[in-house]
Design a protein around this ligand. Structure first.
Ligand code: UT7
Length: 324
């Protein structure tokens, strides 16, 4: 078996809905500003559930939708920038809760591109390392690392998790992909929760930064230029054209970024699936949540070609052309 097939997707988002009107009571902002600048109307915010818990619930949903049991999973990758702990990894904790014996499990940190990075890694490990069935999860409780007094960031983010199950097959669902990074730009534009370096041996005192800090305008410019580029990249590599693509599922950061990407690609905006209005920016979880929603609504069928396109902290970017 030389290919990899997608078996199913699933999601879990905390039940607690926080609207823009709720945020008006916390910071100086307005529903009008948030909707106009971002398209976001509401987001889910955890009222106590951690990243492991929501990752586990999304995993259960994806396993159910894939009609497969936990025992067949031999690889778990969790993409997250908001883990509950540095160790054990979120993936190991999920492995423990699922009790799927002998699965390799690890987290990857590629911010909003993390889920697509994970899919590319899992695809490669199945093809090169003898793994048979992988569970890939994007899970974030960003509300833990958001500065709730900073209106320029706290209105943007939400909590949630999405997951996918893939397996070794004669079919091939992962047609083409690309992933890359720019750490210099990342350091200057988007950082979160620096680790405290104040050891007894440090030469100078370091200020601990615990929250997300973003130069929104600069990230915006980067996003609108990289999004069309990575869509075209996987189309070229996959020898495909946009007419044959049912949906582009972009990272859900801001509906204006998606409008501009559609304009630059000269493609109907309807080809982009957008749900940022309901969930805000859930970083690594945004793409699997959107994919799951598409599947739940019956908007995608087996065999449909879809492009997943992500960009975010790092800075990182990644895309993949899949056959659902
Ligand atoms: O997932 C990671 C990738 N992240 C992204 O892709 C985010 C990319 N960036 C963006 O989506 C946008 O840059 C933002 C939505 C973050 C900001 O939109 P913007 O149009 O770039 O606004 P701005 O930062 O230039 O701010 C415009 C004004 C400022 O006031 P002044 O200086 O013009 O008086 C801000 O202080 O809006 C003010 N402002 C707010 N006002 C009300 C900033 N945040 C808010 C707020 N409510 N929440």
């Amino acid at each position: 078996m030389e290919g990899v097939k997608i078996l199913g997707v699933g999601k879990y988002c905390p039940e607690n809905v926080v609207t823009n009107f709720d945020l008006e009571k916390i910071v100086e902002t307005s529903d009008e500003w948030i909707v106009k600048r971002t398209g976001i109307k509401e987001r889910r915010i955890s009222d106590g559930e951690g990243t492991v818990e929501i990752a586990y619930k999304a995993a259960l949903n994806a396993l159910k939708n894939s009609n497969c049991g936990k025992d067949d999973i031999d690889l778990i990758i969790v993409a997250t920038t908001s883990p509950d702990k540095i160790m054990p990894s979120t993936a190991c904790s999920v492995q423990g809760l699922l009790d799927c014996k002998n699965a390799a499990a690890f987290d990857i940190s590629a911010a909003c591109s993390g889920f697509v990075y994970s899919l590319i890694i899992a695809d490669s490990l199945i093809k090169s390392a003898g793994k048979k069935r992988a569970l890939i999860i994007g899970a974030e409780v960003l509300s833990k690392i958001v500065d709730w007094s900073d209106r320029s960031t706290c209105v943007l983010f939400g909590d949630g998790a999405g997951a996918m199950v893939i397996e070794a097959s004669d079919e091939n669902s992962i047609i083409s992909s690309c992933f890359a990074s720019d750490g210099k730009l990342g350091e200057k534009t988007l950082v979160a929760a620096e680790i405290n370096l104040n050891t007894p041996f440090a030469k100078s005192e370091n200020i601990e930064k615990r929250y997300i800090e973003m130069k929104g305008g600069e990230v915006f410019k980067f996003a609108v230029s990289i999004l069309p580029e990575i869509v075209n990249d996987v189309l070229d590599k996959g020898n495909e054209n946009l007419e044959n693509i049912k949906y582009i599922v972009p990272h859900q950061a801001n509906s204006r970024i998606i409008d501009e990407a559609a304009r630059r690609l000269k493609v109907n905006r309807e080809k982009f699936y957008v749900n940022v209005d309901k969930y805000g920016n859930t970083s690594a979880a945004s793409i699997p949540i959107a994919l799951s929603e598409l599947s739940e609504k019956g908007l995608i069928n087996k065999g449909d070609k879809i492009i997943l396109a992500a960009f975010g902290g790092g800075l990182t970017w990644a895309s993949t052309l899949i056959k659902f």
